[in-house]
Ligand binder design. Structure first.
Ligand code: OGA
Ligand code: MN
Length: 292
């Protein structure tokens, strides 16, 4: 296995090991898992791209998340990010599926709004629009390391509230529908996630986060916006330009990402599988203390 650096201080392209190797060979899995823990973002190029291959690769890392209600692929392992409707026609620009793409363009980490957040996401490109539609990443581990010591000390045990509606409301007040609001009540997480393998902390923020325990709401929103801005300054960002055959996997404990716009009259179809975090991934540490 060869690892070729990708982004500013994070991310590698994995060569010499395929996603199928990872799915079927314990040693290949162990080597790739170690690279994932260390580098947070993995790229495999020229891979076989099929739903069952993607699932076989993903499930080596842990339990798979089911796609939430009201998403394309709800109740399956696949989250389908597409601007085609069920009949295969391009949706109009004000359609819910385009608004969802616009919400994905806010810096976020996947599933921080769920009862069980995500360890990792695996994304493959099925149809690319020809231009635009890049995906951008930044390391919240690097962002944490850049914070002044007094702010780190303040944030070490701070707890933020995340909700799906908070990020969707920034795009359109009806984007999160009644079913989603009911199924996805707000959840609370520590503002940093310590990697149990190497002990490195990462800032745990997202467009889904909006409040901090014990802090005035306006001050909390301002601080969260400041933390997101600092984490995502252009010099800290890796821009992924998709090629057919790419498989990207990122650590949702230590990365922020966003999708970039494209010409929505052209098809862009991506499929994501998502691995849930378990206690072995540090889930118990990101859980806030129980208040009696
Ligand atoms: C995702 C996501 C952005 C994109 O799959 O979780 O945010 O570029 N995707 O499609
Ligand atoms: Mn995402």
């Amino acid at each position: 296995m060869e690892l070729v650096p990708l982004g500013p201080g994070f991310g590698v392209e994995v060569r010499g090991v395929s996603v199928l190797d990872v799915a079927s060979d314990g040693d290949a899995y162990k080597a790739v898992r170690a690279a994932f823990e260390e580098h947070s973002l993995l790229l495999f190029r020229d891979q076989p791209i099929a739903d069952d291959v993607q699932v076989a690769y993903s499930r080596a890392f842990g339990p798979l998340e089911l796609t939430k209600v009201a998403s394309v692929g709800a109740g399956s392992f696949y989250s389908r990010l597409t601007n085609l409707d069920a009949n295969g026609a391009i949706v109009p620009p004000d359609h819910r599926q385009v608004l969802i793409a616009q919400a994905n363009a806010l810096w976020h980490t996947d599933s921080s709004f769920k009862q069980t957040p995500a360890l990792a996401s695996v994304l493959t490109a099925r149809v690319l629009p020809g231009a635009g539609g890049d995906t951008e990443f930044t390391s919240t581990r690097r962002a944490w390391d850049r914070l002044p010591a007094d702010l780190q000390a303040r944030l070490k045990d701070a707890v933020a509230t995340h909700s799906y509606a908070n990020s969707r409301d920034q795009i359109h007040p009806d984007l999160a529908n009644a079913e989603e609001r009911k199924a996805l009540p707000p959840v609370r997480w520590r503002l940093n996630w310590r990697n149990p393998v190497n002990g490195r902390r990462a800032l745990y923020v997202a467009s889904h986060a909006y409040a901090i325990d014990g802090m005035d709401d306006r001050d909390a929103r301002q601080l969260l916006a400041q933390l997101l801005d600092d984490a995502t300054r252009p010099e800290f960002v890796y821009v992924h330009k998709w090629r057919q055959g790419d498989v990207l996997m990122w650590d949702n404990r230590a990365m922020l990402h966003r999708g970039r716009p494209w010409d929505y009259s052209r098809e862009r179809s991506m499929i994501r599988t998502t691995i849930s975090a378990t206690d072995a991934d540090g889930l118990s540490e990101v859980k806030p203390p129980v208040v009696h």
